[in-house]
Design a protein around this ligand. Structure first.
Ligand code: PMP
Length: 386
């Protein structure tokens, strides 16, 4: 049997389009190459401008977790008080990182599927002085998007440093550094940027950069803002070897974002996530995230109870039908699947992804009307282009 192409529909890495792949396949040059230096300069400039950051952007080799740790390393010292807002697995990871770095932490934990609210943060901050507040913009374990703009306002009024994990959001969900009161935004390349894994991205506000300066010498070297600042201001300088091909790939991703228009990109993610959720729900799956908090970048779908679905068998069938999806985490493991719908994915990919789920659902014994879910997408796509 002819094997179908397998779409990477997990919540990252996401499908990498040919023009971005081509940048990774280019012959690597010296990091002192004047053309590369110019490209690196433009990447840093575009990230600052598109995310409206008057501080600095950092682009270094690493994954999202490195960026999380780097954020904490540069704006806190052992003994500082941190408030971690956790909506799930990756919020808890922030708590662990802060704790291991000697911070004194309090955690506000939301029920999985819901979000910590600005009112809850305000209440905590009114009772105690915090140096740092962390929030996960889109929680990958639940598909919940936190109201970071509202929380940012509360944190800025309090005077703490506001750290946002944008790993599963940046480039797909609205996110502006200065206007939202974010002090350190962290992200990475493999999600809504549609680049292969390997780049850690950080945006630091002027307040965060001042905070770093006030700390003096820190124990970290690779993660130190002060070591990287000269490089980000002038990429002909050296601290650690830049991942040249990935930086080219990110440059191409930013070209795609600029040519689509960042506002339209955010709006497209919202439109397509709504359609995607509606299509998958029409087959009997339910959405874990509460209405009003659903992320435009990824969703968690729970199996319809009445069909006794074997999770790993279902996901293998979806893979056989042409799409990789991810299992659920925590208490939801075995009860559903996680799926990305972010980045540079067009109508063909969305249709094929839903079609793979539909065929696997039918093969699993779920009673459904073939084509109904696809009809929802088709009608939606036609309506949006009228
Ligand atoms: N934060 C969030 C919200 C994530 O989804 C992930 C990865 N899925 C991370 C942090 C960690 O990123 P990485 O796996 O690239 O280290």
């Amino acid at each position: 049997m002819l094997k179908p192409q397998k779409l990477v529909m997990i919540p990252g890495p996401t499908p990498v389009v040919r023009s971005i792949q081509d940048q990774m396949g280019r012959e690597t040059v010296a990091f002192g190459d004047p053309d590369f230096i110019e490209d690196f300069k433009n990447v840093v400039k575009d990230l600052r401008e598109l995310w409206q950051c008057s501080g600095q952007t950092f682009v270094i080799a690493g994954s999202g977790t490195l960026a999380m740790e780097m954020a904490v390393a540069n704006v806190s010292k052992p003994g500082d008080k941190a408030l971690v807002c956790s909506n799930g697995f990756f919020g808890d990871r922030f708590a662990e990182i802060c704790k291991k770095r000697g911070l004194n932490i309090d955690v506000i934990k939301a029920r999985w599927g819901s979000s910590v609210t600005s009112e809850e943060v305000k209440e905590r901050l009114s009772k105690e002085k915090y140096d740092l507040v962390t929030v996960t913009h889109v929680e990958t374990s639940t598909g919940v998007m936190a109201p970071i703009g509202e929380i940012g306002k509360v944190v800025q009024d309090h005077g703490a440093i506001f750290v946002v994990d944008g790993v599963a959001a940046s480039g797909g969900a609205e996110e502006y550094v200065d206007p939202m009161g974010i002090d350190v935004l962290i992200s990475c390349s493999q999600k809504a940027f549609g680049v292969a894994p390997g780049l850690a991205l950080l945006w630091a506000s002027k307040k965060a950069l001042d905070k770093r300066k006030s700390l003096g010498t820190i124990v970290d070297s690779y993660m130190d803002f002060e070591k990287w600042l000269p490089v980000m201001e002038d990429p002909s300088k050296y601290w650690g070897t830049p991942p040249i091909n990935l930086i080219w790939a990110l440059k191409q991703s930013l070209e795609i974002i600029k040519s689509e228009g960042i506002k339209e990109r955010y709006a497209r993610h919202v439109r397509h996530a709504t359609l995607f959720d509606e299509a998958i729900s029409s087959m009997g799956f339910s959405i874990l995230a509460d209405e009003g908090y659903r992320a435009p970048t990824l969703s968690v779908y729970l199996y319809p109870g009445e069909f006794n679905i074997d999770d790993s068998k279902f996901r293998s069938l979806v893979a056989e039908e042409g799409a990789y999806i991810a299992g659920c985490l925590g208490d939801y493991a075995g009860k559903g699947f996680r799926m990305g719908h972010m980045g540079n994915i067009d109508k063909h990919i969305l249709i094929s992804a839903v079609a793979s789920i539909e065929r696997a659902a039918m093969r699993s014994g779920i009673k459904l009307e073939p084509g109904k879910a696809l009809g929802i997408l088709q009608r939606g796509f036609v309506e949006e282009s009228m």
